[in-house]
Design a protein around this ligand. Structure first.
Ligand SMILES: Cc1cc2nc3c(=O)[nH]c(=O)nc-3n(C[C@H](O)[C@H](O)[C@H](O)COP(=O)(O)OP(=O)(O)OC[C@H]3O[C@@H](n4cnc5c(N)ncnc54)[C@H](O)[C@@H]3O)c2cc1C
Length: 401
């Protein structure tokens, strides 16, 4: 097994680490205390610097202006960028645009690619993904109330969605809506591109998450679709294939997310160790001299390494045997890494004492916003149940001694 990183990737990762340390981490105090929108001009400047360094859109196709890194290469980039909440946005590989870019690239018509994909990869516009509904379980999205009914050359969309992340300021949404109510449960819904200035696309509010509604890219919206009319050419992929396409988003997207979470673990771990090293608890004693803190440091180091290797292994599985064969690995990393991240951030915060609860470090932000990792992208329990079912099935009739 070869754990080497190529020379090309070492150079890229070195440049990213330096950029994150020099250009992005110093912006965090402003990010934590000012409105997100007021920070956009400075983030735009940083994006230009990234483009000049030829590091823009690392995971996106070359033909559309990205770097075209493969899954494992981008996994390493995602880890490096995850150290700051500004990383992925400034390098043009942020969710949910990254997933939307993948499906537009794979399923978009030539016209959709020119109109939506190209400016999205260029970072000129943003997008959002509108699937989860207020009244029905996101964990079982075949239960869906939002409908898109054909009328002349159009679809007319009605429904109530929430947690449409980053809808505020987005140019368009990719909306999941029922187009074929009489088909089987997994063939009823379609993905439809809806420009956000379409009459009937009503952004009701940015939902306060852990007490903070956020704005622009850093927000999650509730949206009411009220007789929202778009041309049928806005259908993305075949009608009724919404869930098939949603599955396509899952494998690579999971790797990106999980490595971003490992990046968060790395940052929290650095802060924890440095604080333990520097905090004087008595004239001749640092916090790091306490055995319980030493145990936390060792446990977190082991957990992060184990989780990181699991994600890289899952990425390798996707690349070598494909997403279907790697289903278990893709589910396992979701709940393992989300929980490791929660534990590491919590320990780091604890080591900082009262300081950890303030916004004077990035830890409280991670603590507030990354709790959601155990809920979105399939709640932990959903993944556990589906992995366990597959494992149990594989044991049917198997002789074990
Ligand atoms: C920060 C954040 C960002 C998000 N961004 C987006 C977005 O951009 N677009 C979008 O469409 N959605 C988004 N979501 C929504 C997300 O996908 C859903 O919240 C998620 O699918 C869970 O659905 P739910 O909230 O309806 O919970 P429910 O489906 O009601 O589930 C509630 C709980 O029940 C338990 N549970 C569920 N199923 C099972 C099971 N089979 N076995 C055992 N226990 C189970 C789990 O503990 C789960 O947390 C986001 C959510 C958050 C928190």
């Amino acid at each position: 097994m070869d754990f080497n990183v190529s020379e090309k990737m070492k150079t890229i990762l070195g440049m990213i680490d330096e950029f994150v340390d020099k250009e992005l981490i110093p912006l965090e105090p402003e990010f934590l205390t000012r409105s997100a929108r007021s920070l956009l001009p400075v983030l735009e400047e940083k994006r230009k610097m990234v483009s000049q360094m030829e590091l823009w859109a690392p995971n996106h196709p070359r033909e559309f202006g990205g770097m075209g890194l493969d899954l494992i290469e981008h996994a390493l980039v995602s880890e490096a960028l995850g150290r700051t909440p500004l990383g992925h946005y400034v390098f043009g590989c942020q969710a949910p645009d990254a997933g939307n870019i993948e499906i537009l690239h794979q399923f978009g018509t030539a016209e959709q690619k020119e109109k939506y994909l190209r400016p999205l990869v260029d970072g000129k516009i943003r997008s959002c993904f509108s699937m989860t509904e207020v009244e029905l379980p996101g964990s079982n999205p075949v239960m869906m109330d939002t409908t898109a009914v054909k009328d002349g050359d159009d679809y007319v969309i009605n429904g109530q969605k929430w947690y449409t992340s980053s809808a505020d300021g987005a140019e368009f949404a990719i909306v999941m809506a029922v187009t074929n109510p009489d088909a089987g449960p997994y063939l009823q819904a379609s993905m439809i591109i809806v420009p956000t200035d379409t009459p009937g696309f009503n952004l009701v509010r940015n939902i306060p998450v852990m007490g903070h509604a956020g704005e622009d890219y850093f927000s999650h919206a509730e949206i009411l679709y009220q007789n929202c009319r778009v041309p049928q050419q806005n259908l993305l992929g075949p009608e009724g294939h919404g869930f098939v396409i949603a599955q396509e988003r899952l494998g690579p997207g999971r790797i990106h997310h999980c490595m971003r979470w490992i990046g968060i673990c790395n940052r929290a771990f650095d802060l924890m160790v440095a604080r333990a090293r520097d905090r004087i608890m008595a004239p001749d004693r640092r916090l790091a001299s306490k055995q319980i803190i030493q145990a936390w440091i060792a446990e977190c180091a082991a957990d992060i390494l184990a989780a990181r290797l699991m994600v890289l292994h899952a990425a390798w599985m996707i690349e070598t045997v494909g997403k279907k064969e790697a289903r278990n690995e893709i589910s396992l990393i979701k709940f393992v890494v989300a929980n490791v991240m929660q534990k590491v951030v919590d320990r780091a915060l604890q080591v900082h004492g009262g300081l950890g609860m303030t916004d004077d470090t990035i830890l409280a932000f991670f603590y507030r916003h990354e709790r959601a990792a155990r809920i979105y992208d399939g709640a932990d329990e959903v993944h556990k149940v589906s992995v366990a079912r597959r494992i149990l099935r594989s044991y049917e009739g198997k002789r074990v001694r």
